[in-house]
Design a protein around this ligand. Structure first.
Ligand code: SF4
Length: 149
């Protein structure tokens, strides 16, 4: 089984109420080969919500308490991001999923790029909080950009 980001499956769960539909992902869902999860909703957020970015590091730094996730109003939302990451890990383990495909650039789901924490639309290298936790636990996470054609 494959676990995928809900927004890639066409669910309108992004902070601004949109999706990030990817046809390869919807095909996996239709063929019952994938299950969709949204770490941020699992963590307790609703849609729409304020955008958030990792401040002072990447997802691994958040796991170690060395960086925080803040929303655009400056509110510290780290706990909700961590809660969503751990709930996602639980689901991945329960399903014994061998691959996880998460949405690039997100502070939860980013694989190799995230935004730099200054809300200026600038990306930097790094993984999101959920991706970091899953990888730390030995689970393979790729982004939708790495899916085979
Ligand atoms: Fe949810 Fe991840 Fe998509 Fe953000 S990128 S909406 S956390 S599934």
């Amino acid at each position: 089984m494959i676990v995928v980001s809900s927004c890639l499956a066409g669910m309108k769960v992004r902070y601004n109420g949109t999706d990030s539909l990817n046809e390869k992902i919807t095909e996996l869902i239709e063929n019952e080969r994938a299950v969709a999860v949204c770490p941020e909703l699992l963590g307790g957020f609703q849609t729409p919500r304020e955008p958030a970015e990792i401040k002072g590091g990447n997802g691994y730094d958040v796991l170690e308490g060395k960086a925080t996730v803040v929303d655009k109003n400056g509110i510290n939302v780290t706990e909700l991001y961590l809660a969503g990451a751990y709930k996602t890990l639980e689901i991945v383990r329960k399903l014994q999923a061998n691959t996880v495909v998460l949405k690039e650039n997100s502070p939860s789901c980013g694989s190799s790029q995230i935004y730099n924490g200054h809300f200026e639309g600038v990306k930097c290298n790094g993984a999101g909080v959920t991706t970091a936790l899953l990888r730390r636990e030995g689970i393979q996470v790729i982004s939708e950009l790495e899916l085979a054609p």
